[in-house]
Write a protein of this length. Structure first.
Ligand code: UDP
Length: 304
């Protein structure tokens, strides 16, 4: 099968490309390389450097006519979206519309979209479900929510197949602290530079940390399953920042200083996504425990 991954030179995208190549797919990547790194692309993937909202991207999709488009390219920095909502919407909303128009014109079967737990805003529940109300509190999450809805309407009007995957807090090898963010990558950076960890608040806030390989598996399962569905890609488990700190300090041979700072404004306390529907629909499960995923990620930081 022929696949296109937008944002395929990014953290999650490059892992997905590896997974698709391993499955024997012909893989094309559309990436403008603003945060993407061609160095992490699988040697068998074919890179097309272009913005998602460009005519060039439309032309590539018309030429390639892939079986599935995995649309991961995005402006993914929450703070940046607040500083520059125009740029965020340009990439995330207009970019998604451009991909959808190209899918329609080129009669592409299916789009698999990377969305976020951020669409629920600061709604706190023991576990969020896909039917909970959406109330984004950043322009980034808002632009993802709008992207989702455009996809549903393209499906309704033009019969485009889709699976929307709302990710928890993704971590793993290859994630960078800048741009792609993420507390695990930030802590990795600190360890590499022998700098202290900074924890905002008391560290008891929790997130649903999902290992990148499990995210890849959910995307692969979406090639043939989950049509018309919106699904969580998550563990359904809460892990605190303090737990992260203790796992990383236990792995590190040198002592690590931990500094507690005042809580960050707007930081949500708990985020956990129920994954029952994803398990039922995709026959998928989050297979990597936090301890296992953190150990793999830690090893990747100190590989020669
Ligand atoms: N966090 C922290 N120290 C850091 C970076 C992040 O204590 O150096 C905390 C942050 O305040 C939040 C949690 O880790 O409560 C997860 O942050 P991240 O930016 O990874 O994800 P998000 O808040 O978007 O879920």
């Amino acid at each position: 099968m022929k696949m296109v991954v937008t944002g395929g030179a990014g953290f999650i995208g490059s892992h997905l490309v590896d997974g698709l190549v391993a499955r024997g797919c012909e893989v094309h990547v559309i990436d403008n390389l603003t945060t993407g790194d061609p160095g992490r692309l699988h040697s068998e993937a074919i890179l097309h450097v272009a913005d998602v909202n460009s005519q060039q991207t439309t032309d590539y999709l018309a030429l390639l006519k892939p079986d599935v488009v995995f649309h991961l390219a995005a402006q993914a920095d929450v703070q940046r979206s607040i500083a520059d909502p125009y740029e965020d919407a340009d990439t995330n909303v207009l970019g998604t519309i451009n991909i959808l128009e190209a899918c329609r014109k080129s009669k592409i079967r299916k789009i698999v979209f990377a969305s976020t737990s951020g669409v629920y805003g600061d709604l706190e529940k023991e576990q969020l479900t896909e039917d909970d109300p959406l109330s984004p509190i950043s322009y980034y999450a808002l632009s993802k929510m709008v992207g989702e809805q455009y996809i549903r309407l393209y499906s309704r009007y033009f019969g485009l197949g889709y699976t929307i995957l709302r990710y928890g807090n993704v971590y793993g090898p290859g994630q960078t602290a800048k741009g792609e963010g993420g507390v695990v990558a930030v802590f990795g950076d600190r360890l590499k530079r022998s700098e202290p960890f900074t924890v905002y608040g008391d560290g008891n806030q929790t997130r649903d940390f999902i290992f990148v390989k499990d995210v890849v598996e959910a995307n692969l399962a979406s090639i043939d399953q989950g049509n018309g569905q919106t699904l969580h890609v998550s563990t359904g488990r809460r892990s605190s920042i303090n737990e992260l700190v203790s796992q990383l300090t236990a792995l590190h041979p040198e002592p690590v200083d931990v500094r507690y700072l005042p809580p960050k404004q707007g930081d949500i306390l708990h985020s956990c996504l129920n994954n029952d529907r994803t398990k039922a629909v995709l026959g998928w499960d989050a297979e990597t425990s936090l301890a296992e995923g953190i150990a793999k990620t830690y090893r990747s930081w100190f590989q020669a």
